[in-house]
Design a protein around this ligand. Structure first.
Ligand SMILES: *[C@@H]1O[C@H](CO)[C@@H](O)[C@H](O)[C@H]1NC(C)=O
Ligand SMILES: *[C@@H]1O[C@H](CO)[C@@H](O)[C@H](O)[C@H]1NC(C)=O
Ligand SMILES: *[C@@H]1O[C@H](CO)[C@@H](O)[C@H](O)[C@H]1NC(C)=O
Ligand SMILES: *[C@@H]1O[C@H](CO)[C@@H](O)[C@H](O)[C@H]1NC(C)=O
Ligand SMILES: *[C@@H]1O[C@H](CO)[C@@H](O)[C@H](O)[C@H]1NC(C)=O
Length: 431
């Protein structure tokens, strides 16, 4: 007897739930739709994808059933729209953490990717003070605003930081243009002009100066936009990007053992890290306290950003991923798969081919920005070049950072150079 009444009640409850969800999704996707999604043709018969396990054949409810069916259809259409929304990914790192290498995964993705390599270089350069530093508050704001515009394919704010200032949106000086495939593709390649020197010219084809209007037009057509930057100091500063419904942004923070980073910087930026080297080589003078403070400051920024990300405040929910360079170097394909899945960007055969080619080569290509290395061998190399003395300083200055990311402390020179001891703890940063 009872069951007769139960069925319509359950049915109504289901309707109410669907109605609610439908409304939320409507609101979100309308917002997204407003500025972003090109009109997608509404698909008929989407309903058939939904697996209804039961046949609803109550004559008295047939009208409601039709309404529900339509709502399900609407719901499903909205899902389609949400899926087609453009993907925006910011790859955050610091120098010498392997970000060029990891950025290349995205750069290789294919024709539907707009990838920018270190556009904030110009902003940092312009805002560098006579002291050699920058005003952290002012640069954080500039970085954020430039990134936001770039994700929307607007280069105008960036242009104002390029020196010399572009004329009619044409520039010969965009930093490392050739590192972004998107800036050297056919549609962004203007004719060569004789006699004009370009420091960062395209290598894959001969192009004239970069026409940023063309770059912007190409960007608009792409579904995926990825920017790599080593310049953002605090993830928290980027909150407005996370809250911009036009972006639906994802942040991937790439970190690396601070001892390895310092070892690499001492080679790549030898002049800047001279005092470390002198001290390591047994100078009598104590190590410059300012250098240690700077190191600690860098480590703290990275750790604080990661702590915010891992804590998952509402504004960051499912937008943050932490990746250790060491894991990428050891398991490149697995980590790439995870990063692409997180980003909602398809991992194309080109990316797979690039990873295979560039993580297994035995001969090393020289050059500090080279990405072509035997990555799992490379990842431990610093242990034989960094003096134990310096490793100790890093461990003291960056202790909490090492701990958070699962890098083991070394207690002796012997342990540092003992290859049978891994300094990388297995750690899953699931968020
Ligand atoms: C639903 O109805 C169709 C056609 O009337 C029938 O083929 C199918 O077996 C039914 N499914 C269930 C779960 O009862
Ligand atoms: C489904 O969407 C159409 C157009 O978007 C709307 O007119 C209709 O009222 C919606 N139906 C339901 C049941 O929400
Ligand atoms: C840094 O920039 C901010 C905002 O532009 C300004 O208010 C502040 O005075 C600057 N700080 C220093 C130390 O120059
Ligand atoms: C730059 O590209 C835009 C858009 O394609 C075009 O209208 C403009 O004429 C180009 N500028 C120059 C100087 O070629
Ligand atoms: C890369 O380095 C690892 C670790 O030293 C080694 O086992 C592997 O054989 C190397 N691969 C190639 C292709 O050289």
């Amino acid at each position: 007897m009872r069951i007769k009444y139960m069925i319509p009640i359950v049915f109504l409850v289901a309707l109410v739930i669907i109605e609610k969800e439908n409304r939320i999704i409507s609101r979100v996707s309308d917002k997204l739709n407003l500025k972003q999604t090109p009109q997608t043709p509404l698909q008929a018969g989407v309903f058939s994808h939904l697996s209804l396990k039961h046949n609803f054949s109550f004559p008295t409810l047939s009208k409601d059933f039709m309404v529900m069916k339509q709502r399900l259809e609407n719901y499903s259409e909205h899902q389609e729209v949400v899926k087609k929304v453009r993907k925006h990914v910011l790859l955050l790192a610091t120098t010498r953490t392997g970000s060029s290498f990891v950025g290349e995964f995205f750069n290789q993705q294919g024709d539907n990717m707009f990838y920018l390599f270190e556009p904030l270089w110009h902003v940092e350069k312009m805002l560098t003070l006579d002291t050699g530093g920058t005003n952290a508050t002012a640069s954080a704001k500039a970085y954020r605003d430039v990134l936001q515009q770039l994700f929307l394919c607007d280069f105008s704010l960036l242009e104002s930081f390029i020196d010399p200032l572009p004329v009619n949106h044409i520039t010969t000086s965009l930093f490392r243009r050739e590192s972004s495939s998107s800036l050297c593709e056919e549609s962004v390649c203007s004719p060569v002009i004789k006699g004009i020197f370009e420091r960062y010219r395209c290598k894959i084809r001969r192009c004239g100066p970069l026409n940023l209007t063309m770059a912007s037009e190409s960007c608009v057509k792409k579904d995926h936009r990825v920017i790599k930057s080593v310049r953002v100091r605090q993830l928290e500063n980027l909150r407005p990007l996370a809250e911009d419904p036009r972006l639906d942004i994802r942040f991937i923070q790439l970190v690396r053992d601070p001892r390895a980073v310092l070892a690499s910087r001492m080679v790549a930026f030898a002049a800047k890290y001279k005092s470390w080297k002198q001290w390591a080589l047994g100078g009598d003078r104590p190590l410059d306290e300012d250098e240690v403070k700077k190191l600690k400051g860098n480590c703290d920024n990275i750790r604080l950003s990661a702590e915010v990300g891992l804590r998952q405040p509402p504004w960051l929910r499912s937008r943050y991923m932490l990746v250790r360079y060491e894991d990428i170097a050891r398991f490149p394909m697995r980590k790439a798969t995870e990063m692409f899945r997180f980003s909602g960007i398809p991992l194309t055969p080109q990316v797979k081919a690039w990873i295979l080619k560039n993580t297994q080569v035995s001969k090393e290509i020289s050059g500090v920005y080279s990405t072509q290395k035997n990555s799992s061998e490379q990842v431990e190399k610093w242990r034989f070049s960094l003096p134990f003395k310096i490793a100790q300083v890093v461990q003291r200055a960056c202790g909490p950072t090492l701990k958070l990311f699962g890098y083991k402390f070394v207690s002796s020179e012997k342990m540092l150079t003992d290859k049978s001891i891994s300094l990388i703890e297995d750690k899953v940063f699931s968020v």
